[in-house]
Design a protein. Structure first.
Length: 97
């Protein structure tokens, strides 16, 4: 069973294939068999992260407020649940954010 990790780690780097005993490989959400509506939600969620991410100093990247971060994380959890629903039992999905 393939494993998908959802873990924003850089601009545009949010989804990863996690093969057994090999390094993780970035994957685009568009490469998964997901609905257009879910892909639109993922794009908006990813754009919100990309907007605050500082590639020169990733540790200094912060949302404008604690509330904005809570909203982003909550949407991320809902997206994870929706991905699980759409991919059924074909994938093992983990979230790290």
């Amino acid at each position: 069973m393939p494993r998908l990790r959802i873990s924003p780690e850089g601009i545009g780097q949010h989804f990863w294939l996690v093969p057994d005993n090999k390094p993780v490989v970035p994957i685009e959400a568009d490469d998964l068999d997901l609905s257009d509506d879910l892909l639109d939600r993922i794009e908006a969620w990813s754009d919100a992260f990309d907007a605050i991410f500082d590639p020169a100093d990733p540790k200094s990247s912060r949302f404008p407020s604690a509330e904005a971060e809570v909203v982003w994380r909550a949407e991320g959890q809902m997206i994870v649940a929706a991905i699980r629903d759409e991919l059924d039992d074909e994938w093992d999905i983990e979230a790290r954010f």
